[in-house]
Write a protein that binds this ligand. Structure first.
Ligand SMILES: [Zn+2]
Ligand SMILES: [Zn+2]
Length: 179
């Protein structure tokens, strides 16, 4: 198999973790991971907590398919799934082979987000909805940061967080909004 990014570079076995082998590219440090092997590894090493069973999205409409990569195994286009709202990194999934492509550094990113044991959740509708929400929330905050000064925005954020989980949210909103 060749690297889907570097094209002419061969993929060779690499270890993402002690007992998790993937096919890696020595040039871009990307890795092609079988979800079957991954699942086996996650289950063997999870010890105490259950590895969640998730329903992967088979058909996923990409926001942009411009940078879509071809699966190194079957050559079909892979789908891109954003990992989180606060980074632009996306995992690529071939749903016919059930294998995922991680760019160099993305395994480390999953680690930082404490997602290495639950990687397949990234490929679910629930996760992608969550990411979309985070992205639009970040864009909204960005717009307000242009009209509010930092300390006011920080106070407003603090108030919102407090309000979000308050059982008397509506009463407080009414009280605050009413002169
Ligand atoms: Zn490469
Ligand atoms: Zn494939």
């Amino acid at each position: 198999m060749k690297c889907p990014k570097c094209k002419h570079i061969d993929l060779n076995p690499v270890r993402l973790e002690e007992a998790l082998v993937a096919s890696g590219c020595s040039q871009c440090h990307g890795a092609f991971v079988s979800l079957l092997h991954y699942r086996d590894w996650a289950e063997r090493t999870a010890a105490l907590h259950e590895v969640p069973e998730v329903k992967l999205l088979k058909e996923f409409d990409n926001e942009d398919s411009s940078g879509a990569l071809c699966c190194p195994k079957c050559q079909r286009l892979m789908s891109k799934f954003r990992i989180s709202g606060c980074s632009a990194n996306r995992l690529d999934l071939c749903s016919s082979c059930d294998e995922a492509w991680l760019d160099g550094g993305e395994w480390e990113l999953l680690k930082a987000l404490e997602l290495t044991r639950e990687m397949p959740v990234v490929f679910t509708q629930h996760w992608q909805n969550k990411v979309r929400k985070e992205v639009s929330e970040a864009a909204r905050r960005e717009r307000y940061s242009k009209i509010l000064n930092n300390s006011d925005l920080a106070r407003a954020d603090e108030f919102r967080e407090w309000l979000k989980v308050h059982p008397q949210r509506n009463e407080i909103m009414f009280y605050v909004g009413h002169d």
